[in-house]
Every structure is written in structure tokens, then in C-alpha cells.
Write a protein that binds this ligand. Structure first.
Ligand SMILES: Cc1cc2nc3c(=O)[nH]c(=O)nc-3n(C[C@H](O)[C@H](O)[C@H](O)COP(=O)(O)O)c2cc1C
Length: 352
């Protein structure tokens, strides 16, 4: 979007979290104005039958979704849907409301097209968000609910947090994402172990028929990661979302020594991990790729590597809202060039 690139230097003069709040307010304002929304749909949404998929009983009109963390409180769903996303994941939501870590906690690295964040699951809590969400659900797009533990919850009581979250959203949302992979909640990533994942998936499976995805960190050793993912799938998870942000600070010049890195600096690592995951699990489960996807070619590459769906966060900050339409247009061009009749034919075709 040339206009976005023109105004971007001014937008980037402001603190990232304040800019996020401004974007939220603007989207909320737009939601109250049907004509504005209609204009946004005309400008940003991209429709083509060849991008459509039914996955786990859900209809995705395009494969490009909004990753968790942008709409933590489910306040912008309608506005975001008018930007052309094929699905939206809200959260991470914790049982009780919490403020998150001290500010500043989002940092832009403009030259590197990357972000570092240490938000720490700031959100309004399950009670308020589920009520807000109930006013909009069911929705025209699949909506995911990303859930995580409260910071103060002791490790022995974590299972109860996740069970409480799933029951708070009973009858709401199209899928759940279990977040054990944020680097900004102390000890959360320690829960990415077979013992806990097995019990967690078995318990949540008893509670809900909705698809459950496990969102993983890119910082586990490969064998360990594969064991954890296989364990999740064998105990009821419907798929894996790879990956969350990384704490490999060597990937970004001048990185802070806290928080998680996303965007361009994460791209290669996230893609490599996704490929290995897919080489081992493609066909056995649904795979969703996220991390450094900032254009249609990268999205298409992940699809060829086995991603049924992709998600974007940082790319939208650097490229602007038209990135979704651009990604979907390029995916379609590449499908045509490769002679595929629909996106489903392309998924996994780049795997050895
Ligand atoms: C500011 C910010 C906040 C985020 N918050 C969450 C979150 O609450 N839950 C979650 O699962 N992922 C969260 N993420 C991670 C993204 O969902 C995504 O996995 C990661 O940023 C990699 O994708 P990207 O390179 O397209 O940004 C956050 C990312 C950013 C930049």
C-alpha cells in the first residue's frame, strides 16, 4: 500500500503500544459505521474460490489469518475481518484479568522489519472477554481463542487455568489454541513437556469437541519439539501452530535481552522449524505456519511446505493493512503458475 509506506515514518515516531491503542480505537470506530466497513471490505478483501478450504469442518475463504496478540481482548473482530483476513485468533486470554509486564514492552526494529515484545499476557480476563465475544459469535470467519495461564498461577495449578478457560468459552469460538510458548510468562515454556501436554490434551478433549491447536516455541531442540508435538496429537490435539516468538537474541542486531522476537528476524528460523515439523507430521495433523511471513511468496512457500493456513502479525505492522490482500493475490498467482486448481492441491507439494 503506497499510502501506508508514505505515512509510516510518522506513525513510527510514536511509541508502538500507543500506536496499537490508536489502531484499536480506529477499528472500533469503523465497526460502528457500516459504510466505512463496506469501503474497507471493497478495498482490502480478496475473494477467489481457489483459495477456499474446509478444514476440520470450518470454512476458510482464504488461508491468511491474524496471529494471536493483536486482538487480545476481542474488541476489533469486525474491523479486522474487513481487512481481508481468512480467520482471526483472539487472545492470549488468561482466566483472571492481568496488566502484563511494565512498559515499555514493545520495540520496533524498523531496518530489520522486526519487533521485540515482552507484553506478558495483558488482557481483560476470560469473564469479560467471553461476554464481549458472545455478542459477535458465531461470526462470518472462523475465530480462534488463544488461551494461557495467569502469571500468578502456581505450576501445580496450571491445568486448572486451562480447563477454566475452555469452560469459560463453552459454545464460543471455532477453535482453541493452547499457548505454552510465550517467553514473557515465567515458566510457561517449561510446560512444553510430554508429561504435562499429555494430561492437558486429554483433559481438554473431554471438555470440548472444538479443534484444539498447540502453539509451540521455536526455541526447543528438534527431537524434543517433535516428541512434544506428537504427544499433543496422540492425546487429542488437532494440529500445531508453529511458531511463537524466539528468545534467540543473536538473530537481531541490538536486541534487548528480554522478550520475544518476531518479524523478518524470525523468518528463517520459523520456516526451518516448520519444515522439519512438516516432514515428520504432514498428513497426520493440521499444520499452521506463523513467524516472519511478510509477503505472498513466503506464505506460498509455507503452504508448499505443508501449511494448511498461515498467520501474520509483524508483517502487518511494517507493510500495512493491504498485506493480507497482497499475500492472497500472490498465492493465487503462484497457484496458477504451478498449475494447481486450488490451494488444497498445493499444500505439502514442496516437501521432499
Ligand atoms: C506485540 C506482540 C504480541 C503478541 N502476543 C501474543 C499472544 O498474546 N499470544 C500468542 O500466542 N502470540 C503472541 N504473539 C506472537 C504472534 O502471534 C506470532 O506467533 C509471532 O509474532 C510470529 O509471527 P510474526 O513474525 O508474523 O509476527 C505476539 C506478537 C507480538 C509482536
Amino acid at each position: 500500500m503506497p499510502m501506508y509506506k508514505t505515512i509510516r515514518p510518522y506513525l513510527f515516531k510514536f511509541d508502538p503500544e500507543n500506536m496499537h491503542t490508536v489502531a484499536e480505537k480506529l477499528l472500533m470506530l469503523a465497526q460502528a459505521m457500516p459504510l466505512v466497513l463496506e469501503n474497507m471490505v471493497n478495498r482490502f478483501c480478496f475473494f477467489d474460490e481457489r483459495l477456499r478450504q474446509n478444514i476440520l469442518g470450518l470454512n476458510f475463504y482464504n488461508p491468511t489469518g491474524l496471529a494471536a496478540g493483536f486482538d487480545k481482548n476481542a474488541t476489533m473482530i469486525k474491523g479486522l475481518s474487513s481487512l481481508g483476513f481468512g480467520f482471526i485468533e483472539i487472545g492470549t486470554i488468561t482466566p483472571k484479568p492481568q496488566d502484563g509486564n511494565p512498559k515499555p514492552r514493545i520495540f520496533r526494529f524498523v531496518e530489520e522489519n522486526s519487533i521485540q515484545n515482552a507484553m506478558g499476557f495483558n488482557n481483560d480476563g476470560a469473564k469479560v472477554i467471553s461476554r464481549r465475544f458472545a455478542r459477535i459469535y458465531p461470526f462470518i470467519l472462523p475465530l480462534g481463542v488463544n488461551i494461557g495461564k495467569n502469571k500468578i498461577t502456581e505450576q501445580e495449578k496450571v491445568l486448572f487455568d486451562y480447563k477454566k478457560l475452555v469452560s469459560s468459552f463453552r459454545g464460543l469460538g471455532d477453535y482453541f489454541t493452547i499457548n505454552l510458548s510465550s517467553p514473557n510468562t515465567p515458566n510457561l515454556r517449561d510446560l512444553q513437556n510430554e508429561e504435562f501436554v499429555k494430561v492437558l490434551m486429554q483433559e481438554l478433549r473431554k471438555q470440548t469437541d472444538k479443534p484444539i491447536f498447540l502453539k509451540i516455541s521455536p526455541d526447543m531442540s528438534i527431537d524434543y519439539m517433535l516428541d512434544v508435538c506428537e504427544c499433543a496429537i496422540n492425546n487429542g490435539a488437532n494440529g500445531i501452530i508453529a511458531t511463537n516468538t524466539t528468545i534467540d537474541y543473536s538473530l537481531l542486531k541490538n536486541a534487548k535481552d528480554f522478550g520475544g522476537i518476531s518479524g523478518e528476524a524470525l523468518k528463517k528460523k520459523s520456516r526451518e522449524i516448520f519444515q522439519i515439523l512438516s516432514e515428520n507430521l504432514f498428513g497426520k495433523t493440521i499444520l499452521i505456519s506463523v513467524g516472519g511471513i511478510n509477503d505472498g511468496d513466503e506464505a506460498y512457500e509455507r503452504i508448499k511446505l505443508g501449511a494448511s493456513l498461515v498467520q501474520v502479525y509483524s508483517g502487518m505492522i511494517f507493510e500495512g493493512p493491504s498485506i493480507i490482500k497482497d499475500i492472497n493475490q500472490i498465492i493465487l498467482n503462484r497457484l496458477e503458475e504451478d498449475g494447481f486448481k486450488s490451494i488444497s492441491e498445493a499444500i505439502g507439494k514442496g516437501l521432499r
